[in-house]
Write a protein that binds this ligand. Sequence first.
Ligand code: UT7
Length: 322
Amino acid sequence: MSFIIAGTGSCAAQTNIDNTFFEKIIDTSDKWITTRTGIKNRTFLTDESLTDIATKSAIAALEEACISADELDFIICATLQGDYIMPSLSCMIQKNIGAHCPAVDINAACTGFLYALDIADSYFKSDKVRNILIVCADNMSKFLDFSDRSTCILFGDGAGAVVLKNGNSLKYINITAHGDKEILYIKGTQHKLPFIEKSMQEKDDNYLKMDGQKVFKFAVSTVTEDIKRALSDSNIDSSLIKYFILHQANQRILECSQDFLKEVPEKFPKNLNNLGNTSAASIPILLDELNKTKKIKKGDLILLSAFGGGMTSGTAIIEWSY
Ligand code: UT7
């Protein structure tokens, strides 16, 4: 016995930042950003915290699943970093919603949702739990160098959540990691230490760094390979998949996967044009949008696939259950 998805929720940050904002601060244009990425707008946290929007998405998912926070057996939160290093974001959410179960944060960058589902699957299979809350939330704007035009235009802040209950919706899941810190990374902060010579301490630069072309190549090859393997290992023909819900990084990456599968664009829903790349939150936010607009129905098969820093990747096939 594994899980069913019993409720979804999401919350974008409240401040809209369209491409014209970047035209004013760096050498770029709405045309370049739109044609190279598909992104027109993103939302950034200004007055609210990551914990606030993560909590709102969790409450929405609990309401839809018709369970109280007290009935949760575990909270898994996928994030690069919460508002505090300690307590974890999952513990902050646990307190805010009034839950009493264990809570842990995981970091698999943009693949966080798939890693969280895989961990949850093991818990359900071991009969340790009846209900799990997964919250994926990232505050990407705090890692961005707003003078680096190749990265700052790509990301947005957001949170998405699902409540999982016992059931048999999961048809396939696989996660991977290819340890590599060269093409996509954010260095951790390090205060000056009195016992290390100043000259030995590296210059502080904790902004997100990326070799865009290499990440693009990794994304296209990994996502297409992962999807091919998922379909073949689960013995499911791609024609039976209602939606390919892929990590929302770049419109051109979605199109490459679509061409590879010889599928129609309608089967590749997207929200990156409005929200940018919201890291771990991108797939659960999109899932919630499809669910709330009743585009996914009971019995539909959906394929989820993500890639991200690490480098990590993950793919799952789920039958929608309500
Ligand atoms: O969640 C995972 C995170 N990351 C990703 O998924 C990113 C994957 N990579 C990408 O999406 C693309 O590589 C980018 C959108 C980042 C860049 O697009 P590209 O088509 O690979 O452009 P490029 O890096 O080859 O740069 C082409 C040109 C360069 O100018 P020169 O050297 O040809 O004169 C860049 O300096 O475009 C320039 N450029 C820009 N121009 C205007 C880079 N960023 C910008 C910009 N506005 N914002």
